[in-house]
Design a protein around this ligand. Structure first.
Ligand code: SF4
Length: 397
């Protein structure tokens, strides 16, 4: 079903410098390209959430972190700047880059972190890119298909490595439009698509908001600039993209995983998809790289076995859930009432009671307080919507 056009509508997506005013205070979203955050940065955000927010860091469906209930937005902005997580005030909201979370550590055809870093760097310095909507999504998929399934507006899907070069197909809203070789050409192609959107349809949020003619024009122009794509839309990822022991695409990255280099990666989830500030400070104290995934998982990477065992022993009792069978690995929610004035139910409270009562959670569920469906996963799921007359109704999305 096609979406109603959102062209020209104000994009109220929050950032660090333009917060959203909710019923429980301001909301600031901190973009983390690739979901990556260092220990010192996590400490600063946790301290800001404790001092100026509601005491939690919320995990978003685009692998970002969000602070809510903020009383002093300037103090939070200063903390985010100090952490180096808002390097450009003009481009703060456009750094929406999803990257295969396990890339370079477990499986995948190639490590695509350098592509994501180069893309973020260029995105922040191009003048035109400040005009992109805060909803436009870049994807960098290391060949296993995990980011592609989130259907970014434009996605580089690695298909091979040729000598020193990564070779990737370029997908526009999941349609292959050509291929690119090497980091520079891949980044150029991703930015070209975004630039075309800004130039040809100003005020348009996403590729899906283009008219069919506008969309065809983008695809045709990219087709003339790039060599043909190799992989078609239905192609599966090659077997070697997800080696034995790696979580299959779509399965929670929760538990203990052996990295390709012999070190350990721990994946965890938290109740209601929000990390208490104190727990976040303890995660940071491990002094290991942390990655937030678009499925609201927290990955603690590059650990020795002894350290990993200690992390599980200390942080599990504090609320970090390392059990892939936990309902919290499959369910998320919006803030609901009273934090949001549109909500017709206290969603968090209801979901907590539902889980603690041992009620069933489906394959993947997202609970919301009204049909706007904030924070919904990009992948197929059950949306559980509060009914103004009481109770909840479930729809397949
Ligand atoms: S889905 Fe509705 S109730 Fe939930 S945060 Fe969005 S607007 Fe508020």
């Amino acid at each position: 079903m096609s979406q109603p056009s959102r062209r020209g509508l104000a994009d109220r997506c929050p950032g660090v410098f333009s917060t959203h005013e909710a019923a429980d205070g301001a909301v600031a979203r901190v973009r983390l390209p690739g979901g990556r955050i260092g220990p010192d940065q996590l400490t600063l955000l946790a301290q800001a959430a404790a001092a100026h927010g509601d005491g939690f860091l919320e995990l978003t469906a685009r692998a970002n972190l969000q602070l809510r209930g903020i009383g002093d937005v300037d103090a939070v902005a200063e903390a985010v700047i100090e952490a180096g997580l808002a390097p450009s005030s003009t481009h703060d909201k456009v750094r929406n880059i999803e990257v295969s979370p396990l890339t370079g550590r477990i499986g995948g055809i190639a490590d695509v972190a350098p592509v994501a870093e180069a893309l973020d760097s260029r995105l922040r310095t191009e003048g035109w890119s400040a005009e992109l909507s805060g909803r436009f999504l870049f994807g960098v998929d290391d060949g296993r298909g995990d980011i592609r399934r989130h259907r970014p507006d434009v996605c580089a899907l690695v298909r091979s490595v040729d000598g020193p070069d990564i070779v990737a197909d370029i997908l526009v809203d999941d349609e292959p439009v050509g291929s690119a070789r090497g980091v520079e050409m891949i980044v150029d192609a991703l930015l070209d698509v975004a630039h075309m959107l800004v130039e040809s349809a100003p005020g348009t949020w996403r590729i899906g908001d283009l008219t069919p003619d506008e969309r065809s024009a983008v695809e045709e122009r990219m087709g003339t600039r790039l060599p043909p794509a190799v992989r078609g839309p239905g192609d599966a990822a090659p077997d070697d993209a997800a080696p034995d022991g790696a979580p299959a695409v779509g399965e929670p990255i929760v538990g203990w995983f052996d990295q390709d280099d012999g070190r350990v990666l721990l994946g965890a989830v938290v109740e209601l998809g929000r990390i208490p500030a104190r727990l976040a400070e303890f995660i940071a104290a491990v002094e290991a790289p942390v990655i937030i995934t678009p499925d609201r998982e927290i990955l603690i990477c590059d650990l020795g076995e002894g350290v990993a065992e200690t992390v599980v022993r200390v942080l599990a009792p504090m609320g970090l859930i390392f059990d892939a069978t936990s309902p919290w690995a499959r369910v998320s929610c919006c803030v609901g009432a009273p934090g949001c004035a549109n909500a017709t139910a206290p969603v968090r409270e209801d979901l907590l009671a539902h889980v603690r009562d041992g009620e069933a959670i489906g394959d993947r569920e997202h609970w919301v307080g009204c049909p706007r469906g904030c924070g919904s996963p990009a992948v197929p799921h059950e949306r559980v919507v509060a009914d103004p007359d009481g109770g909840y109704r479930t729809h397949r999305r």
